[in-house]
Design a protein around this ligand. Structure first.
Ligand SMILES: C[S@@+](CC[C@H](N)C(=O)[O-])C[C@H]1O[C@@H](n2cnc3c(N)ncnc32)[C@H](O)[C@@H]1O
Length: 258
């Protein structure tokens, strides 16, 4: 549990240190409940400007990656898809666009993100308050489980992948989109400048929350490499595991079959 004492200690560091970035470097290292509370609070604050910032920082490319994620879910008519950590539901909406007869559930533990998503479109998406680590769905419910920029945020990746396995039907498909460690090459200085300077500055201008967009490169840095994540999928029991990098290697799409 996050306690008042923890909050005081963390925010004391801001005042003693004089650096707000320092606080968010700490946040990226939090574990368990503390991490979840901070992730929730952060997305609640940026919920209403989250989509605009996504389009800006990816130059609109995120919509193309979402199309690929949903294509890879390969749903048959009438099948069920879970968009986990759905936020404002862009993946869920894309699933409805590509598979109009599918039954789509969007689940997240930050209500403000789902409210922002519900308010921007008319749809038949079923919205559900849910923790990715303890899904409120019976075993073998969905033909596909997809997620966008979720896995880097969860406090227990093994448990999150096991939950996705559990709620998938045999033969079901999981597809995950997330930021990843970019490969080191000649473009690295440019990429690092974009991730560590341009995105937080843009984030502050668009959402008023520079910290949330400092958390993005920090949490990516603290997350598994694309190869390691593929290994975790295999360990969790997925087969036919693969991944593809996009956006100069800074974003990856992973997939696996139950
Ligand atoms: C970066 S946003 C991504 C939103 C959306 N999927 C997208 O592609 O734009 C991450 C979302 O994951 C949610 N999230 C993080 N940890 C979660 C957890 N343990 N259970 C459910 N949702 C979680 C956050 O509330 C947030 O809405």
């Amino acid at each position: 549990m996050i306690t008042a004492e923890t909050r005081r200690n963390v925010s004391n560091k801001v005042f003693c240190d004089g650096s707000r970035d320092y606080r968010w470097r700490e946040m990226a290292n939090l574990t368990g409940d503390q991490r979840e509370k901070y992730v929730q609070g952060m997305f609640a604050r940026i919920a209403w400007r989250y989509d605009r910032m996504n389009r800006l920082m990816t130059a609109g490319q995120d919509m193309r990656w979402r199309q690929e994620v949903i294509r890879r879910a390969a749903l048959m008519p009438g099948c069920r898809l879970l968009d986990l950590g759905a936020g404002t539901g862009d993946l869920a909406a894309e699933a409805q666009r590509q598979y109009p007869s599918s039954r789509v559930t969007a689940a997240d533990f930050t209500l403000e993100m789902m409210q922002a998503g519900k308010s921007k479109r008319e749809s038949t998406i079923t919205w559900s308050g849910a923790d990715a680590l303890h899904l409120p769905f019976p075993d073998e419910t969905f033909e596909a489980v997809v997620s966008g920029f979720l896995l880097r945020n969860v406090s227990d990746i093994t448990l999150a992948l096991h939950e996705q396995q559990r709620v998938l039907k045999p033969g079901g498909q999981m597809v995950a989109l997330d930021t990843t460690h970019p490969p080191k090459n000649l473009l690295s200085p440019l990429i690092n400048f974009h991730l560590n300077k341009v995105i937080p500055t843009l984030g502050k201008l668009v959402t008023g929350e520079a910290e949330a967009y400092t958390y993005l490169p920090d949490s990516t840095q603290g997350f598994l490499t694309a190869e390691q994540l593929a290994g975790r999928l295999v360990e969790a029991g997925f087969r036919n595991v693969g991944f593809r990098r996009v956006m100069l290697g800074t974003v990856a799409i992973h997939w696996g079959k139950k």
